[in-house]
Design a protein around this ligand. Structure first.
Ligand code: ADP
Ligand code: MG
Length: 307
């Protein structure tokens, strides 16, 4: 990995007796996107708040660009930025007015030019003069991302920026963030509870559960670990024909009824299985698939940790 932009060591936050963030350590390299993935209450937002200096840690250290955050806070805050679905901009101001205010806070040079650049980059020129609350959630997200780029940050902390978006818009925004990262060469810490978007966006993923990082890996390795889909088939044929076929191909399967079977397999193998079964004269009367949920992933991980 190239030089660390952010290095977190044993970062800890307590709320009373409760350890919301429990001695976590990780680093983010230049131009890298790290996904912090975990269910509600895992400690993602608390971590981000400490990294933004909004909450003081109880223990541990945060270093940006090789400098201690606690002692160089003002200087460092000028070189980072933040985006979240929950931190909305001023509703009664236009997109452009919002960008101006934040630009002044960040003391951005040639502010009007930078704003125009970002409006173009994020394709928000058309509604730059609309009031923020008139915008759709996808448009708002684009303006929030423009705001997060105003000061040409070297690091952007994104706390569930896609949380309030429809799935089809999430796809576009994820693509957009990837492009921004490439164009602006910025490092990103991205939190989410959505496995799929993290897998698509992030170079590396850290799983957070009850305040602890339980696993760090590349998305490819993660999907390999949990890359099975549940396929539920109702069929008309002898149970033995189907059972023998599945056994022969080493697909774990459970017959719920003689004509209803649940098979675990990689998604890409589903067409082949259906095709081969048809060739064997098996008539499929219904079919559903179920992707592994985040819960499945966590079960998988915590089971592994126990063994
Ligand atoms: P996430 O963002 O992963 O959903 P949070 O960081 O918001 O998780 O919360 C982690 C834990 O800390 C939760 O159990 C939450 O209830 C608790 N928590 C968060 N903020 C506070 C607070 N200000 N006071 C007390 N407990 C809090
Ligand atoms: Mg949160």
């Amino acid at each position: 990995m190239s030089q660390s932009v952010l290095e977190v060591t044993n970062l800890t936050k307590r709320y009373g007796e409760y350890l919301a963030v429990d001695h976590i350590s990780f680093a983010i390299g230049e131009g890298e996107i790290l996904g912090l993935l975990g269910p509600n209450g895992a400690g993602k937002s608390t971590t981000i708040q400490m990294l933004l200096g909004l909450t003081d840690p109880d223990a541990g250290s945060i270093q940006y660009f090789g400098q201690e955050f606690a002692t160089h806070k003002v200087k460092i805050l000028k070189r980072i930025n933040f985006a979240s679905a929950y931190a909305e901009l001023q509703q009664r101001l236009t997109a452009k007015q919002n960008l101006r205010i934040f630009g002044m806070l960040y003391e951005v040079e040639n502010l009007e030019r930078r704003i125009d650049e970002l409006l173009a980059l994020l394709e928000v020129e058309e509604y730059a003069n609309e009031l923020f609350w008139h915008l759709s959630s996808g448009q708002k997200t684009r303006v929030i991302l423009a705001k997060a780029l105003l000061n040409k940050p070297r690091m952007i902390l994104m706390d569930e920026p896609t949380a309030s978006l429809d799935p089809d818009i999430v796809h576009k925004i994820i693509q957009l963030i990837k492009e921004l990262q490439e164009k602006e060469k910025v490092s990103i810490l991205f939190t989410s509870h959505n496995m799929e978007e993290v897998a698509r966006l992030c170079d590396r993923v850290a799983f957070l559960a009850k305040g602890k990082i339980v696993l760090t890996d590349t998305p490819l390795e993660l999907t390999k670990k949990i890359g099975t889909t549940k396929l539920l088939l109702t069929f008309e044929a002898k149970q033995k024909v189907v059972a023998d076929f599945l056994k022969q191909h080493h697909y774990p399967a459970e017959f719920i009824r003689p004509n209803l079977v649940e098979v675990s397999l990689a998604e890409e193998n589903i067409p082949m299985v259906l095709f081969e079964l048809k060739k064997l004269g098996v008539w499929i009367t219904s079919l559903t698939t179920e992707q592994p949920s985040l819960e499945d992933v966590f079960l998988h991980i915590s089971e592994k940790q126990r063994t």
